[in-house]
Write a protein that binds this ligand. Sequence first.
Ligand SMILES: Nc1ncnc2c1ncn2[C@@H]1O[C@H](COP(=O)(O)OP(=O)(O)OP(=O)(O)O)[C@@H](O)[C@H]1O
Ligand SMILES: [Mg+2]
Length: 265
Amino acid sequence: MISAIDAGNYMTKYFDGKQLRAFPSLIGEYRERNLRQQHGDHDFEFEYDGQRGFAGTLALHESECAESRKGESKAHPDARLRILLALHQYGEGIEHQIIVGQPISTHQETEKAAIKEMLCGRHELIVNGQRKIIVIRRCEVAAEGVTAGLLVPGGGVIRVIDIGSGTVNFGTLIDRRFNDRGSFTLGTGMETLRSVKPADFSRQIALRALAGGWKANDMVYLCGGGAGAVLEALRAYFPGIQLIEGDPQYANVKAFFLIARRVYG
Ligand SMILES: Nc1ncnc2c1ncn2[C@@H]1O[C@H](COP(=O)(O)OP(=O)(O)OP(=O)(O)O)[C@@H](O)[C@H]1O
Ligand SMILES: [Mg+2]
C-alpha cells in the first residue's frame, strides 16, 4: 500500500489518499499500571525490537519521562517508531511503499540514506497487544516545507514557510521546481522556544527569510501547526502572506502523498 508519513517533532501525520490521521509524537517509558483508563484516541502501548514503552496520548498521561525527540534530522529511532506506529494503526496489508519527510537543512544524501536504511525491510511491532509484521518495500525522503509548495497551483516564484514544533522550514519553488538557494531551515520551532511571543518569533522568521534573499512582495504561503499563530505578525514583513489552502498542519503530508503517487504510481 502507498502512503505518506510526516513524522513531526510534535504530531505524526499520515495520509494514504483516503485516511488523514495524526497522533502526538511523544514516546515514554513503560510502567506496570494498576489503573487502566483510556486517555485519548491515541493510547499506544508498544513493543518493538526489545523496547517496551508508551506512545501518543498514553505517554502524555502515564509516562513520567515522555518526550519527543526534536531536531533538524529525523534519522533516529524515535522517528522510525512514529512511522511504524502510523503504519501499524492506519496502514492496510503487510507491504508498504512510503514517502517520509526530513527538514531542508539535512535533506542530504547521507541523511536520506540513513533514513531509508533504518526503515526499509521487515519490522515486527506490537501495539496494545496486536502484533503486526510491517514490510517497507520502498521509501523515499521528501523535504519538509518546500514540498508543500506543490499544493499551490501555478508557476512563478512560490515561497513556503512551514512553522513546525522543532523547526521552521523555508522553501522556494520556481515554476514548480525546488530551488535550493532559496530554501533553508531554522532550528527552532513553536515548542523549542521558552516563551513564544508570536511577534518576536515572527520577526526572527521574517529576518531569516529576508536574509535568504526573499522579497517583501513575494508570494509567501504559510503551513505547519504554528501557521495560524504567526500569520498576522508576519504580515508586517510580507503583506501578501496567506495560509496554504486546507488545514496547514496536514500540508506536508498531503504534498508527500502527491509525490508518493507520482513515484509509486
Ligand atoms: N491552533 C494552534 N495555535 C497555535 N499553535 C498551534 C496550534 N495548533 C498547533 N500548534 C502548534 O503547532 C506545532 C505543531 O505543528 P506541526 O504539527 O506542524 O509540527 P511538527 O511537524 O510536529 O514539527 P516539526 O515540523 O518541527 O517536525 C506545535 O508546536 C503546536 O504548539
Ligand atoms: Mg513539520
